[in-house]
Design a protein around this ligand. Structure first.
Ligand SMILES: [Zn+2]
Ligand SMILES: [Zn+2]
Length: 111
């Protein structure tokens, strides 16, 4: 029952990145290190989607070549009124792709 309950960085555990349907996880080290740096500046980050297996990705309507399927993307909860600032900080921390979903209250970050 404790699959993936492993601390992999000061503020993240492997479980936070696992696919919710099958508990599989794939994670690019660069994504983790950038998230950890961002966390240091921003404060706690809640990840709602990390790795997605192909089946789960299509179930949630992800694009066919989603970086979530490579372990290179994470969706992070950010309230609507703080998304602009959050995206600016994420840009400074070197994320390659930063997509705010204002109405859904999260930001997609990818390396
Ligand atoms: Zn899955
Ligand atoms: Zn995403």
């Amino acid at each position: 029952m404790d699959d993936n309950d492993i601390r992999i960085a000061p503020h993240f555990s492997l479980r936070e990145f696992q696919c919710p349907c099958c508990l599989t996880v794939r994670l690019q080290p660069e994504l983790l290190s950038r998230l950890e740096a961002l966390r240091g500046r921003w404060g706690p980050l809640r990840i709602t989607s990390g790795y997605r297996c192909p089946r789960h990705n299509s179930e949630v309507g992800g694009v066919p070549r989603s970086r979530h399927m490579k372990g290179a993307a994470a969706d992070v909860v950010v309230s609507r009124n703080r998304q602009e600032l959050f995206c600016a900080v994420a840009r400074e921390e070197g994320f390659e792709s930063i997509l705010p979903y204002r109405d859904r209250g999260f930001v997609h970050l990818a390396v």
